[in-house]
Ligand binder design. Structure first.
Ligand code: IMP
Ligand code: MG
Length: 183
């Protein structure tokens, strides 16, 4: 698997020390409040697991499964694989995703959640890509700003592979081409 990586953008140690800072910020913001964290699957599972274990608050955690990407391109249509969402009456919602790219995903989820009685809805992403967003959406908590490159690892996939890499990296052209052939 490592031979498919052209370069490492964020090493595991870099990610984890940034998570310490983010967890502090989140704990300070939500101390004493009723919070439901929503993990946007599949991409955020590693980020959420590492981040939330650093937040010493009694959080509720729920998951939402969506997809919008095909290969290395966003499709612009967000598909919800799960439709039954809890009510967030009198709770603060923190939506966590792996990456903010075009903005379609967080925009679509935000719309779904906004009518469920949440006291507030904030978003948190590990990565924010430097692109012109197709949807006007900003993230409240951001791990790292990265250039407009397709990345994998630490939860992010290419054709459902490479999520288990412990770092965030960029694939070789050869690995990308191989993925297209196999698809
Ligand atoms: P958006 O809807 O375009 O903002 O993209 C968000 C979703 O697309 C993320 O949750 C990821 O699953 C996927 N995505 C966007 N950029 C990348 C990338 O560079 N690598 C892997 N997945 C990505
Ligand atoms: Mg994905």
């Amino acid at each position: 698997m490592l031979e498919d990586i052209r370069k490492i953008l964020l090493h595991e140690s870099t990610i984890l020390s940034r998570l310490d800072e983010m967890a502090h910020e989140i704990a300070d913001a939500y101390r004493g409040k009723d919070v439901t964290v929503i993990s946007v699957l599949n991409g955020s599972f590693i980020f959420v697991a590492d981040l939330l274990r650093r937040v010493p608050l009694p959080l509720q955690v729920d998951c939402l499964s969506v997809s919008s990407y095909h290969g290395t391109k966003t499709t612009g249509t967000v598909t919800f694989r799960q439709t039954d969402l809890a009510s967030f009456q009198d709770r603060h919602v923190l939506l966590i995703d792996d990456i903010l790219d075009s903005g379609h995903t967080l925009h679509a989820i935000g719309e779904r959640l906004s009518e469920r009685g949440a006291l507030s809805i904030r978003t948190c992403v590990l990565l924010r890509k430097q692109v012109t967003r197709e949807r006007e959406i900003s993230a409240d908590y951001v791990g790292f700003d990265i250039p407009n490159e397709f990345v994998v690892g630490y939860g992010l996939d290419y054709m459902e592979k490479y999520r288990n890499l412990p770092f965030v990296g960029v694939l070789t052209d050869d690995a990308i081409a191989r993925g297209r052939v196999e698809a």
